[in-house]
Design a protein. Structure first.
Length: 417
């Protein structure tokens, strides 16, 4: 919005340009002309003073049918080896001219503003008539003091169009390479003595056309809208990612044991279901671990020591597990290890390794800690509760037969190191 406002403000204050033609103008030669240059008999002189230009004109009847006197503003650069060049007035759109006749009976006297443009598509070097004419006639006494009109209001004379036989697209006024501008008497002037005062002549325009400016502003808004949309989408994407992350964090909180950091019972059904779906045609086993005589530890050393033992046990067991194997605190001092893609004999080896590590580890208060294990391998079409029950029976067998053992479901004896 700020850029749009500044652009519109700049259009009014900075993008406008003007070309005021005065006797001191350095980019133009100023002189008088009349029909004596083209076999006529009229004569003219041009003077400069503080009020501008004064053209003194004697219109004389002769064989030339359209007598005239004019003030000429010549933009042409002297001819080079190729072609003459004029002045690019295509960036100007409006003419402001203050002109009047000093002749007593002047109300019906007209004036003419003319341009002559060079275009290699239809102009020929050395052929003055091949320069495209643009002309507009008006009556100064019937207009405001300063007369304003658009360059596009000018017309290309029909005689020029007929003589040069240009295409329709070339029949409009052009100002890309203007050689001459002229302020002259009108085409119906009668013989006599006239004085034409040109007080000021100014061309006005813009460095950037209105349509181009507003097109750029519109493009700016479209780009800003697109960037804003991208930014909003990134914000929404970030918010969605944050929401997903928070959801995952909340889910982790729900399925994690607050004391030890391992998974809790809430995660068991999820893991069992996932493991079961992934293991329809493969094996997976389940290990139940129970700390031996844990109640005595709490009774003798207190619950803080008991909690410390549980925390250290989780750290120890976790070192033996692969990323696919999950450690779950089932309750109190009892833990479950899910082992996807694992047959019973490998699960027994894992349980034996953990049992040995627990027995040999150093524990708080120099406690001699052991654990008992029950192992079961999922059978075809076996329900999860049935698998849990068989592993629990194997654990019960380990405890009943002396603890600090690993028992495999389906066997009557324990497997101990």
């Amino acid at each position: 919005m700020i850029i749009s406002f500044l652009a519109i403000l700049a259009e009014e204050l900075l993008l406008k340009r003007s070309l005021k033609l005065t006797p001191d103008s350095s980019n133009v030669a100023i002189y008088n002309s009349d029909d004596s240059r083209v076999t006529g008999a009229s004569r003219s002189t041009l003077k400069y003073d503080e009020n501008g230009f004064l053209l003194d004109c004697h219109i004389v009847q002769s064989n030339y049918a359209w007598p005239y006197c004019s003030i000429v503003f010549d933009f042409s650069i002297p001819e080079t080896s190729s072609q003459p060049f004029g002045y690019d007035l295509s960036g100007y759109s409006e003419v402001e001219i203050e002109v009047s006749y000093l002749t007593p009976d002047h109300r019906n006297l007209g004036a003419r503003f003319q341009s002559r443009n060079f275009n290699p598509a239809y102009s020929q070097i050395g052929n003055f008539d091949s320069l495209k004419f643009g002309t507009l006639e008006f009556f100064p006494a019937k207009e405001e003091q300063v007369i304003k009109f658009n360059l596009q209001d000018m017309n290309v004379p029909s005689w020029w169009l007929g003589a040069n036989k240009v295409t329709l697209s070339q029949s409009r006024p052009e100002y890309g390479d203007v050689i001459l501008l002229e302020v002259s008497t009108d085409s119906t002037i009668t013989p006599g003595h006239y004085q034409l005062r040109l007080t000021s002549l100014t061309l006005k325009g813009r460095y950037l056309a209105d349509i181009d400016l507003y097109l750029l502003i519109s493009l700016l808004w479209v780009c800003c809208g697109f960037l804003l949309l991208v930014k909003r989408l990134n914000v929404f994407k970030f918010a969605l990612m944050e929401t997903h992350k928070e959801k995952q964090n909340l889910n982790e909180i729900v399925i994690r044991d607050q004391l030890t950091g391992c998974y809790n019972r809430n995660a068991l059904d999820q893991f069992l279901s996932s493991t079961s779906e992934q293991s329809i045609n493969t094996e997976y086993s389940l290990i139940i671990c129970d700390i031996d005589h844990f109640k005595q530890i709490n009774d003798q050393y207190g619950h803080l020591v008991g909690d410390q033992v549980l925390t250290e046990l989780v750290k120890l067991v976790s070192r033996y597990l692969t990323p696919s194997q999950k450690l779950i605190r089932w309750g109190g001092e009892e833990f479950i290890i899910l082992c996807p893609n694992t047959k019973a004999d490998n699960a027994v080896i894992l349980a034996q390794s953990i049992r040995t590590a627990v027995q040999q580890a150093t524990w708080p208060e120099q406690i001699q800690l052991t654990a008992s294990f029950g192992v079961a391998e999922k059978e075809s079409q076996e329900h999860q509760k049935a698998l849990m029950h068989r592993a629990d029976l194997a654990l019960y067998h380990s405890k009943r037969t002396g603890r600090n053992k690993v028992s495999l479901a389906g066997y009557d004896q324990s497997i101990a190191s």
